[in-house]
Design a protein around this ligand. Structure first.
Ligand SMILES: *Cc1c(COP(=O)(O)O)cnc(C)c1O
Length: 209
């Protein structure tokens, strides 16, 4: 794996002991997907962990997540983006987020369509004034749930080209530089498609169990 790709250890549903073990082995970047579970783990583990949030986030759970999270990967609606802005303003904090883009074949997956995502960035000036306390740092996506590497390749190619397109149209958006794609079964493909962060759960935590 290129050193420039950040390995985010997805620790959802894993017991504290597993996280502690990964921590002791040197891992400092973890991701959770359920606010309540996240809040409990946060209290029990060392303070120098960089926490990421990757699950669907309901607006009434923001207080459990935003003050403690380095990056929210899963902003899947403008409603949520607005709620994050409102929370940040009220609590005098800033939050970094990624825009979740629906690239897989499944209907159920959350996120903006590529076209909707592109429209969000049509006017970066307006974005900045609407969401002054939220920094949009890039895109996140999940490939189709399949063993068909070609299909996965196509999914990642689509979000990669959208990512590069937005960057080339808006070089002034200096924070927009992260592409969070790739999980245990497809991270190698994701790295070939410009992933800057991969989110790996089972490949880390299932070993040795
Ligand atoms: C669970 C999860 C992962 C990790 O999946 P693995 O297949 O266990 O690596 C990555 N991203 C998201 C959004 C997840 O919910």
């Amino acid at each position: 794996m290129p050193a420039s790709v950040k390995l985010v250890a997805v620790s959802k549903y894993r017991p504290l002991a597993d996280l502690q073990q990964a921590y002791d082995a040197g891992q400092r970047v973890f991701a959770e997907s359920r606010p309540q579970e996240f809040a409990e783990k946060l209290k029990a583990l060392p303070g120098d962990i960089q926490w990421h949030f990757i699950g669907h986030l309901q607006t009434n759970k923001l207080k459990l997540v935003l003050p403690y999270t380095y990056l929210v990967h899963s902003v899947d609606s403008l409603h949520l983006l607005q709620a994050i802005q409102d929370f940040c303003k009220k609590n005098n904090i800033k939050t970094k987020v990624l825009i979740e883009v629906h690239i897989g074949a499944e209907d159920t997956k959350q996120g903006f369509t590529p076209q909707e995502a592109e429209e969000i960035f049509e006017d970066p000036q307006a974005l900045k004034s609407m969401y002054p306390d939220v920094s949009i740092c890039g895109l996140m996506g999940m490939a189709s749930h399949t063993e068909d590497a070609e299909l996965i390749d196509g999914d990642f190619a689509r979000i990669e080209s959208l990512f590069h397109k937005i960057r080339s149209i808006h070089p002034e958006m200096q924070d927009f530089k992260e592409l969070s794609i790739g999980m245990s079964d497809d991270w190698k493909i994701a790295v070939r498609h410009s992933a800057t962060m991969i989110r790996v759960g089972s490949a880390i935590f299932d070993n040795g169990n």
